[in-house]
Design a binder for this molecule. Structure first.
Ligand code: NAP
Length: 525
């Protein structure tokens, strides 16, 4: 498919008129055609108007029709074939195998949400039937279901050009909830965005849906992104990126005449706790495996283990030595963008120039201009406790080991942590009693607690939580990965005493949608 550099507004393709965005191949530094001119307030207005027009019809599509639509999007993405992989590799510097895997995950995610839509659990139907003879007061008929919030803006993430971009988890869950979606493309992969955007556009047409169900805009975040989040027809937004960007847009969402939910996934350093007995038993092996997780994808994962917290001693020295040795072989991979590479260098410099921080080792330098040289640093617990900036995310393959004198200090450091997406315990059976108080604190700090694994690699499933208290996300009650992500874009409506003919199908007496409903406190099936 020939890329045109056009904005996709409903079924139309339009040349933008504002500042151009052009992809750079971070592996070669080459600028990639075509030019993507940004959208203006006119295009923002058109996309929002179409999305609003589409909302009432789209949210009332049958479960089957909406599920088929999500499956059709997956089919259309697969139909792009190798062109999608080639373009995504060129725009991100990520290896082909990673992009192929991500395409599988993206399509799998869309099909998973199709299953969710068909199941109907998300409607959470509750029926309290009328009790006209109840004493001392009769009860009227009450029925509840969930509906989509309204049009949703999605900010494509730079680090998942497929699985968290145009047709990624935010888009799939919002479409599943019955919300039209307008994507603000990430400037790092506009061509990949266009290819996927056109696939969704085709799926909308094939499924005879109103065109405003999907639009894709290019342009700067400060311009197009802010205008979209500020538009009164937009009712929620999903974002993955930096803390500064997320907070700037969150403020826009909260200062509107009608504030809206802004689901931002921003910053997490994902502490790992190698506990004493596990360290003694397998400190070497653990140190090596830790570096494998740290350097995966040049460390550009929101779940990258940027912090290790452990008790000082011989066993920790073994872990440190093994990790430092492994680091020497950790190949320097290309980072996603020149901006991310610059931010990484600055972060590493801050650590290395810190008085209380010691460098343990660096990985090899790479060939290209934007390669990520891995790094490992150490600091005492007292240094870490005294400087909150040591908790700032360094997006890339660098980690800080915080050394504690005893278990009380380890718990104090844990209590001091900001909100996290994940927290990992490396433990043996003999560590059970040390783990118990730690888990109690970590439940308050993190969205996911793991034992004897590594935080990178996020399953897309029913039980997954990819969220966590601030600043991991702007709303710790939610997840952006897994089927529960749909809840972010839904709200309950109660229908009191409506005649059956006026009720939505899901609430009718005959239960034509065959839903598993809660009727007078009991499950119907
Ligand atoms: P970013 O700079 O936050 O950009 C993400 C999106 O937000 C882009 O569309 C951007 O538009 C927009 N945006 C940024 N600042 C904005 C503002 N002040 N007002 C309105 N819109 C704004 O993130 P990035 O480009 O992906 O990477 C930069 C840094 O983000 C990384 O170095 C890393 O620290 C962090 N990051 C974290 C994660 C994570 O999961 N924790 C993932 C990816 C990135 P423009 O491109 O036009 O600015």
């Amino acid at each position: 498919m020939q890329l045109t550099g056009e904005l996709l507004i409903g079924q139309h393709a339009i040349k933008g008129t504002r500042d151009p965005v052009q992809a750079i191949n971070p592996a070669t530094g080459e600028t990639l055609e075509p030019v993507y001119n940004g959208g203006s307030s006119n295009e923002v207005e058109q996309a929002c108007a179409l999305a609003w027009q589409a909302f009432d019809q789209y949210r009332e599509t049958s479960q089957e029709a909406r599920a088929v639509f999500l499956e059709t999007v997956a089919e259309e993405i697969e139909a792009i074939g190798d062109a999608l992989v080639e373009r995504a590799v060129a725009e991100t510097g990520l290896p082909e195998g990673r992009i192929q895997g991500e395409r599988g995950r993206t399509c799998g995610q869309l099909r998973l949400f199709a299953r969710v839509v068909r199941d109907g659990e998300w409607l959470d139907v509750r029926v309290d039937q009328a009790m006209p003879d109840r004493q001392p007061m009769p009860r009227t008929d009450l029925r509840q279901r969930h509906i989509g919030l309204g049009p949703v803006v999605v900010f494509g993430a730079s680090n998942f050009p497929l699985a968290f971009s145009v047709a990624g988890g935010d888009t799939a869950s919002a479409l599943a909830a019955g919300c039209p979606v307008i994507v603000k493309a990430h400037g790092a992969h506009p061509g990949t965005s266009e290819l996927v955007g056109r696939a969704i556009q085709k799926a909308v047409a094939r499924c005879n849906l109103p065109e405003g169900v999907f639009s894709l805009l290019y342009g700067s975040g400060r311009d197009v992104g802010t205008a979209l989040v500020g538009d009164k027809r937009i009712k929620a937004a999903g974002f993955t990126g930096s803390r500064n960007g997320g907070m700037a847009l969150w403020k826009v969402a909260q200062s509107r005449a009608e504030p809206i939910p802004f689901y931002a996934e921003m910053s997490s350093i994902n502490p790992v706790f190698p506990l004493p007995e596990a360290l003694k038993a397998r400190g070497r092996e653990m140190g090596k495996a830790f570096v494998g997780s740290l350097n995966m994808g040049a460390g550009q994962f929101c779940t990258n283990p940027g912090l290790v917290i452990a008790i000082k001693g011989e066993a920790l020295e073994t872990f440190k030595q093994a990790a430092t040795e492994a680091l020497a072989d950790a190949n320097a991979q290309t980072m996603l963008t020149p901006g991310i590479s610059d931010a990484y260098q600055e972060g590493v410099q801050r650590l290395s120039q810190h008085n209380g921080v010691t460098e343990l080792g660096r990985g090899p330098t790479g060939e290209g201009a934007y390669t990520c040289q891995a790094g490992l640093y150490t600091a005492s617990a007292q240094t870490f406790l005294a400087d909150t900036e040591l908790q700032d995310e360094v997006f890339g393959a660098t980690s800080l080991i915080v050394e504690c004198v005893d278990s009380d200090e380890l718990l104090a450091v844990t209590e001091h942590l900001e909100g996290q997406l994940t927290a990992t315990l490396q433990m043996d059976d003999a560590d059970l009693e040390s783990a118990r108080p730690l888990v109690r604190i970590l439940e308050r700090k993190a969205g996911r607690i793991l034992v004897n694994g590594w935080p990178t690699g996020v399953e897309v499933s029913d039980a997954m939580v990819h969220g966590g208290p601030f600043p991991a996300t702007s709303d710790g009650r939610t997840t952006s990965v897994g089927t529960a992500a749909i809840k972010r874009f839904l709200r309950p409506v109660c229908y009191q005493n409506l005649p059956d003919a006026l009720r939505p199908e899901a609430l009718r007496d005959a239960n034509p949608c065959q839903l598993n409903r809660l009727v007078d406190g009991k499950r119907e099936s």
